[in-house]
Design a protein around this ligand. Structure first.
Ligand code: SAH
Ligand code: SF4
Length: 369
């Protein structure tokens, strides 16, 4: 007997739609726009995913919605609290990939560190996500779904979101911009532009595009004060060197006097932590509104790097401070549960390179002291 070939299309995932997408859907269907706004609120503000519970939507609309769409969240594979209050979620995606999200409470502030890709193709030498290779971009729903889960746990949205988990956000431009729009939207998470921070290793053309469409805050993974060293540590520098990156960053914050660029600088023993490096960094950032975040390197097996001793980090910081640069040292959080910066790994099946898999590790997250 001949079998029937039926292709089952996954339903539209409403978690993938920002305000504009929702408006377009409702316009297309001839549904009232304000019901679309209420639907966004139900999903993101109230955490409701079943249409029958969305009591202010007309019954007929709820039925039509159920035929067409659903709210499909990433599953929680496991959740791990740490001794210092940090929590890490391992989320399981529909295709079996895993990503990690970290929540860092710090006084009144609760910061969520969100992933934007499964793995990362940029291969920074000191980053275990990079070492895992790249598999794919996350969808809007997979990015914003991380925030959805955290908001349910807290009973309110976190105060801050940083795109500093797995992946390079600017390499997943459209989905990241739409997800950040939802983070800032009053119908969803309502965070101000000063409380959503995108961290990038410096994809200059994408940064220039971002300036046109988003006003989030910017953190840039600098890690070296000159091209020779940065070429080695952050290989994307070979394509977009410092003389292109720094002006693009300045342009990004131009026009807002309250803004500064956060420069992330991982402290690698004997590599980038000398007095000469500090002096070069001061020269490089002269006149640029800056905050420098010194990040003690989070080691992982086989990295080949060591963490600068605390005294050396402090001496480096003092030198920056004396020159008038704002500089803080991040403290490592969640290292007992492998949740630190650059140590998030999830489960990545690399499709970008064909190599012998490198060692899988776990890490901890960083927050400001
Ligand atoms: N891809 C983006 C965002 C994710 S990485 C970026 O590179 O900016 C978030 C931060 O963690 C970056 O500053 C990154 O350089 C840093 N990082 C990566 N590996 C690290 C490690 N092993 N120890 C400390 N920080 C690390
Ligand atoms: Fe990718 Fe950022 Fe890691 Fe570099 S530091 S490999 S850009 S995640």
């Amino acid at each position: 007997m001949m079998g029937l070939l039926v292709t089952v299309q996954p339903r539209l995932n409403l978690l993938d739609l920002g305000r504009a997408g929702m408006e377009a859907l409702f316009g297309e269907r001839g549904w009232k726009a304000f019901h679309g706004r209420n639907l966004l609120k139900w999903i993101h503000k109230h955490g409701v995913t079943h249409f029958e519970e969305m009591t202010d939507l007309p019954k007929a609309l709820r039925t039509e919605l159920a035929d067409l769409a659903e709210v499909r969240l990433p599953g929680v594979a496991h959740e791990q609290p740490s001794d210092d209050g940090t929590r890490k979620w391992v989320l399981q995606l529909a295709d079996g990939q895993r990503i990690e999200t970290v929540l860092i409470p710090d006084g009144h502030r609760t910061t969520v560190c969100v992933s934007s890709q499964v793995g990362c193709a940029l291969d920074c030498r000191f980053c275990s996500t990079g070492r895992q290779g790249f598999n794919r971009n996350l969808s809007v729903g997979e990015i914003v779904g991380q925030l959805w889960h955290v908001t349910r746990l807290l009973g309110r949205p976190p105060t801050n979101v940083v795109l500093m988990g797995m992946g390079e956000p600017l390499a997943n431009f459209d989905a990241v911009v739409r997800a950040m729009d939802l983070m800032q939207d009053d119908l969803a998470y309502g965070l101000s532009k000063y409380r959503v921070t995108l961290s990038t290793s410096g994809i200059v053309p994408a940064l220039n595009r971002l300036r046109e469409v988003s006003d989030v805050s910017l953190a840039v993974s600098l890690h070296a004060p000159d091209n020779a060293l940065r070429d080695e540590l952050v290989p994307i520098n070979r394509k977009y060197p410092l003389e292109e990156l720094i002006p693009a960053c300045e342009a990004f914050i131009a026009g807002d006097k309250r803004r500064k660029i956060t420069w992330e600088y991982v402290m690698l023993e004997g590599i980038n932590d000398s007095v000469a490096h500090a002096k070069a960094l001061i020269r490089l950032l002269q006149g640029v509104p800056s905050k420098v975040n010194l990040i003690p390197f989070n080691p992982f097996p086989g990295s080949g790097y060591g963490t600068s001793p605390a005294e050396r980090i402090e001496a480096f910081r003092q030198r920056l401070l004396r020159s008038g640069l704002m500089a803080i040292t991040r403290k490592t959080r969640g290292d007992d549960i492998s949740a630190a910066c650059g140590q998030l790994v999830g489960r990545v099946r690399d499709r970008s390179r064909r190599q012998v898999p490198r060692p899988a590790v776990g890490g901890g997250v960083e927050v400001r002291r």
